[in-house]
Design a protein around this ligand. Structure first.
Ligand SMILES: Cc1cc2nc3c(=O)[nH]c(=O)nc-3n(C[C@H](O)[C@H](O)[C@H](O)COP(=O)(O)OP(=O)(O)OC[C@H]3O[C@@H](n4cnc5c(N)ncnc54)[C@H](O)[C@@H]3O)c2cc1C
Length: 382
């Protein structure tokens, strides 16, 4: 065997890195394997809306303190294209300092890896996990590093590969037939720490406040997303302005566009022994309401808690308890985001009118608004 570790984490994206940090003082030796080079990961254009609950977890990991370039969200404005209904959620009404925070994927990962580099966790970039075998005695991962094949023995393999690579569980999938166009935007009006979520019949359009202005996440049918993202800046802005409206004055492009295809994926119990899936490997969600990383971070935190005092981290009973205890949060968060998409982004005239009315009514019901705010800040357990 080329290498041995107590716990090997396959995938050093946000969730894999967060788990490695949460386990940094564990007695089990931890190795984090990441396929991409550090610079390639840095080129990710996504920004991540962090809930208040995630801020608290990142503080406990020491990563929040290392995070530069964070913008607070004090108000969320939810509206529907062609409908009067609109609801405003505010931090002051909810009695919290901020409803959430916006950070770049790259900055967040830099902060996590930066803290990790001062720990005993072994981080190896440029290594792709190709295969996995696990039984009652141990796990073996076959890993390709710079053209050479190496074998890693471990007591537990954690898959945090974002769901694109290894398939060790039965995965349920639904293609949303939508893609998200992501890029930086500026506007005449300053953001004033507001975030906008506008539902259109084709999909939601979000503007999140950043230090540059706004980050746009515009969901469209895949062909339309490709077409729109290939337009020159002037035509792109005309289309965007037509979908968003004029409330922020003139909108301008301020960065390169990236397109992300969107699917709902939900992994059932892993088929193999000594393996656990977390983050997007366990479930990937529609980015509406920005719940994916927030949920994945809770996966990482809860798994670290479950493994803290175990002698054998790959023990079946420990992993089974973790899986069962995560079920409620995972299912409730998926249902929440999936229902938002089904209800508010559709082309069914009666439903469209009803949801416009319900947004209007929600604006006047403080209890319902508070429930929505808590769900967005803390997840299903909030
Ligand atoms: C447009 C968009 C906007 C979003 N906005 C938000 C938001 O506002 N708030 C929020 O909470 N979530 C948001 N999300 C979701 C969020 O990005 C994901 O939930 C989060 O990135 C998942 O982290 P992860 O570590 O599980 O996966 P990833 O971030 O995908 O990381 C997986 C890592 O594993 C590596 N890898 C893959 N295969 C292998 C292998 N075989 N061996 C080794 N390494 C491997 C990859 O290189 C990658 O670095 C958004 C998603 C999209 C698409």
């Amino acid at each position: 065997m080329d290498e041995t570790a107590g716990i090997v984490i396959a995938g050093g994206g946000l969730v894999g890195a967060a788990l490695a940090l949460a386990l940094r003082t564990s007695a089990h030796g931890v190795t984090l394997l990441e396929a991409r080079s550090f610079d390639a990961v840095d080129a990710d254009a996504r920004v991540i809306a962090l809930s208040h609950g995630s801020r608290l977890l990142l503080e406990r990991l020491g990563a929040w303190q290392a995070l530069t370039d964070v913008t607070a969200i004090n108000t969320i404005v939810v509206s529907q294209q062609r409908r009067f209904g609109r609801v405003e959620l505010s931090a002051s009404e909810a009695g919290v300092p901020a409803l959430g925070y916006v950070a770049r994927y790259s900055a967040l990962r830099r902060a996590l890896i930066g803290v990790l580099s001062t720990s005993a966790v072994k981080v190896i970039n440029g290594c792709v996990v190709r295969d996995f075998k696990g039984d009652a005695d141990g796990a073996v991962l076959t890993v390709e590093c710079a053209g050479a094949t190496r074998a890693f023995a471990a007591q537990l393999a954690v898959l945090a590969d974002g769901g694109d690579g290894l398939r060790l569980a039965h995965v349920e999938e639904r293609d949303y037939r939508q893609s998200a166009v992501v890029c930086d935007i500026t506007s005449d009006a300053p953001h004033q720490n507001r975030a906008f979520e506008r539902f259109t019949p084709h999909g939601p359009l979000a503007l999140l406040p950043t230090t540059l202005g706004w980050s746009l996440v515009w969901t469209l049918p895949p062909a339309r997303a490709r077409e729109i993202s290939a337009l020159d800046d002037a035509h792109f802005c005309t289309e965007l302005q037509a979908a968003f409206g004029g409330s922020l004055g003139k909108l301008r492009i301020a960065g390169a566009r990236q397109v992300f295809p969107l699917k709902l994926k939900y992994a059932r119990r892993p088929r193999a022994r000594r393996v656990v899936l977390i983050g997007n490997a366990a479930q990937s969600l529609h980015p509406v309401a920005g719940q994916g990383f927030n949920l994945g971070l809770r996966d990482a935190w809860e798994l670290a808690v479950a493994l803290r005092d175990t002698r054998d981290p790959g023990d079946f009973a420990t992993l089974n308890t973790y899986f069962t205890e995560r079920r409620f949060d995972r299912t409730a968060t998926i249902l929440f985001t999936d229902t938002l998409i089904r209800l508010f982004s559709n082309n069914i005239p009666l439903l469209d009118r009803l949801t416009g009315t319900s947004l209007f009514l929600l604006g006047g019901i403080p209890h319902a608004k508070n429930l929505l705010v808590r769900r967005m800040m803390f997840g299903a357990n909030g």
